[in-house]
Design a protein around this ligand. Structure first.
Ligand SMILES: [Zn+2]
Length: 202
């Protein structure tokens, strides 16, 4: 029996023999029932398409204002990085850092890692540092919290609407779509299929 035919359950460490799956099938551990691997035809391709979409949305979301506010004839608007700058200037360093890391840096790293891993693979090439970038992706993923940031923005908008006229900017809608695109890229990315594809190119 070759070593490729075995799979270890990541929850309970049970050693199992790998079975071929039909399209859309899921293999579950016979002891604890957790998902071991899935067979998603075109899953990696879908993940790449959504990653490229996310990259475009990320640029739009950060280049344009999230909201514009009109109060007593004065108009002001801000981008995400503008918000971070204001927080920093107001000496709220930890909040500024947290917003920068969770809403900007980690989502950017996640999107970049997806594209770095998947685009060369789609073109039939292998690139350097795949294990490192793969680990980076898994480190960045839990820290990307655009949905928490969006929730905060929506609560703020609803509160501010009582005091001033608040106009949602193009970046706000881009952030909503970005959130969906990152989730879709992540859902299509099956680690086992990824490594199987990398091995087939070597
Ligand atoms: Zn198990």
């Amino acid at each position: 029996m070759s070593s490729e035919a075995l799979v270890v359950c990541h929850e309970c460490d049970l050693l199992l023999r790998e079975v071929p799956l039909e399209a859309g099938g899921v293999a579950r551990c016979s002891r604890c029932g957790c998902n071991l691997y899935r067979n998603m035809p075109e899953g990696l391709e879908r993940s790449l398409v959504f990653s490229l979409t996310a990259a475009a949305l990320f640029v739009i979301a950060n280049a344009f204002p999230i909201v514009s506010m009109n109060s007593q004839g004065l108009t002001s608007s801000t981008t995400l990085l503008g918000m971070v700058q204001v927080l920093y200037d107001d000496e709220m360093f930890s909040v500024a850092l947290l917003v920068f890391i969770t809403a900007f840096l980690m989502p950017a790293l996640e999107i970049a890692a997806f594209i770095y891993l998947l685009l060369p693979l789609r073109l039939g090439r292998t690139v350097r540092g795949i294990p490192l970038v793969f680990r980076l992706l898994h480190t960045a993923q839990p820290w990307g919290m655009i949905e928490v940031f969006m929730l905060g923005i929506l609560v703020t908008i609803s509160k501010l609407a009582a005091m001033a006229s608040v106009v949602p900017g193009i970046a706000l809608w881009s952030f909503v779509l970005l959130m969906i695109a990152i989730a879709a890229a992540s859902a299509g990315f099956d680690s086992r299929s990824f490594w199987a594809r990398v091995d087939s190119l070597r």
